[in-house]
Design a protein around this ligand. Structure first.
Ligand code: DC
Length: 225
């Protein structure tokens, strides 16, 4: 049996999951894996290749042609799609607008979960997403379920996105987040739901440092003999 530690961080869109996950990975020298980036990279490929989301054969074939890799050197989320660095492009609106539909496809989820489980088999990792504590690593030592006021989430995301997309409005971002929440929580295949043993972290009024301390305290409580 392997003794590696897995920290699973799930929650709604734009809740600060990746900020906390990266900080934890850096502090603990764990590997950070951004599972959402994988769904985003698949979505980018599907958009570029105009894969019909209702054609199971086309999807299965496309999945065979997709090779994803993380460069985890700096605790950020640098992902390559067939050796091309796509970390920036997968954050743009065309991908954000389509990713929930792609992430709802059973074949896509099965393949991503398989790859995610392989990545966490023998290493200490922090992985963030929607189904990490429920489906990918139900035995994770620490599970955190993050949430925050939707308006605060939209404002945070807007600040980030508007630097690179001057045309974007706060309403666009709010709508995109609301739409993704709806799709993520109502899809048939592993919907976003809190694992029974996940600790809730509402970060509406918490600084990144406070969130990090919260998670570190929980981890040390759990790992104490
Ligand atoms: O975390 P994010 O916003 O980058 O995720 C992008 C989309 O991928 C989001 O709409 C939900 C989906 N996703 C998922 O279904 N399961 C995961 N483990 C991670 C992300």
């Amino acid at each position: 049996m392997s003794n590696n530690i897995v920290i699973a961080i799930d929650g709604y869109s734009s809740c600060g999951k990746s900020t906390l996950a990266k900080a934890l990975a850096q502090k603990l020298h764990f590997i950070y894996i951004d599972s959402g980036a994988m769904y985003r990279a698949v979505t980018l490929y599907f958009l570029r290749e105009r894969v019909n989301l209702h054609d199971n054969n086309a999807i299965a074939q496309a999945l065979k042609n997709i090779h994803l890799n993380f460069n985890s050197r700096d605790y950020q989320s640098h992902i390559t799609l067939n050796d091309e660095e796509v970390s920036e492009e997968i954050r743009q609106m065309p991908v954000s607008d389509n990713v929930s539909a792609v992430a709802a496809i059973k074949e896509v989820r099965h393949e991503m979960v398989r790859q995610q489980q392989r990545m966490g088999r023998s290493k200490n990792i922090v992985m963030d997403g929607r189904d990490i504590g429920t489906t990918v690593f139900p035995d994770a030592q620490l599970k955190i379920f993050m949430t925050a006021d939707p308006k605060v989430r939209a404002e945070r995301r807007y600040k980030e996105l508007s630097l690179k997309n001057p045309g974007i409005t706060l309403e666009d971002v709010f709508e995109n987040i609301a739409h993704r929440d709806y799709q993520d929580t109502t899809r048939e295949e592993s919907p976003l739901v809190r694992a029974k043993d996940a600790i809730i972290l509402d970060n509406t009024n918490l600084s990144p440092d406070e969130q990090l301390q919260f998670a570190l305290d929980k981890l040390s409580d759990l790992l104490e003999p």
